[in-house]
Design a protein around this ligand. Structure first.
Ligand SMILES: C[S@@+](CC[C@H](N)C(=O)[O-])C[C@H]1O[C@@H](n2cnc3c(N)ncnc32)[C@H](O)[C@@H]1O
Length: 238
């Protein structure tokens, strides 16, 4: 696919901020024909160093709350400022996705890129921890790294070159995620599908020189990518 919007961010300074396979390309595919209304208030859940948040604000015109646990909100706020964005457009928040510091029914939508698999594997998460903060009729767009077919009982050696079984337990197939979100009472499933984006997003990540990207090269250079995909999930709050 051609990534018209993400292409603008393909510089070494921006790519230094990614924390996994190119999240902008993943998000661009996730949001093709999206149903989020113009000017919506959107939570970028698990926003990392804020690159996806800038993307949502600048390319889609949303008012974005960049909510993340591990990153420093002050540093993210400085980055947003250097990108010419003001507080009316984007806000950095230190937030645990399992205990969100927002008012109920606050968001028109949630977009979560390469992070939902850290906190969303509990089947009660949506109903109890996330949907209360989303308006009725609001959307949740999620992209996560996935497995083509769950193989946790017999993990391929290639994957074990870079990741422990515990780390691989964050990654599952479409059947697994369908079971998790199907248990939800307060949202309807719009779609769950394998994404087209894969190798190009990995390549953008593997060429980074941080220790995580370098560590991931072992599995991917050994062919571990054939077991992996990306999964897009779209939900609508009832
Ligand atoms: C692989 S990074 C992806 C960051 C960003 N979306 C991107 O693609 O560049 C995963 C992110 O999930 C966030 N995360 C993990 N557990 C979280 C939680 N319980 N609440 C909020 N964020 C969490 C981490 O802080 C981290 O920034």
């Amino acid at each position: 696919m051609e990534y018209v919007k993400s292409k603008k961010y393909q510089t070494s300074d921006f790519m230094k901020k990614i924390m996994g396979p190119n999240p902008l390309k993943l998000e661009e595919e996730l949001l093709i024909d999206h149903k989020i209304k113009d000017g919506a208030v959107v939570c970028d859940l698990g926003s990392g160093q804020g690159l996806t948040s800038v993307f949502l604000a600048k390319e889609y015109g949303f008012k974005v709350y960049a909510a993340d646990l591990w990153s420093d909100p002050l540093e993210n706020a400085r980055f947003f400022e250097t990108m010419g964005l003001c507080e009316e457009q984007i806000v950095a928040v230190k937030a645990d996705a399992t205990d969100l510091p927002f008012e109920k029914d606050f968001f028109d939508a949630v977009v979560s890129t390469d992070s939902y698999n850290y906190f969303g594997r509990d089947a009660h998460y949506l109903d109890n921890k996330l949907l209360p903060f989303v308006k009725s009729g609001g959307y949740i767009y999620i992209v996560i790294p996935g497995m083509k077919k769950d193989c946790h009982d017999n993990l391929p050696d290639e994957l074990l070159l870079s990741w422990t079984p515990e780390q691989l337990d964050y990654i599952h197939d479409i059947d697994y995620w369908t079971r998790i979100v199907s248990d939800c009472q307060n949202a309807e499933i719009i779609s769950i599908k394998e994404m087209q984006s894969n190798e190009e997003c990995w390549n953008d990540w593997l060429m980074q020189e941080n220790e995580y990207a370098v560590g991931d090269r072992k599995a991917m250079n050994a062919g571990g990518g054939k077991y992996l995909n990306f999964i897009a999930i779209v939900l609508k709050k009832k």
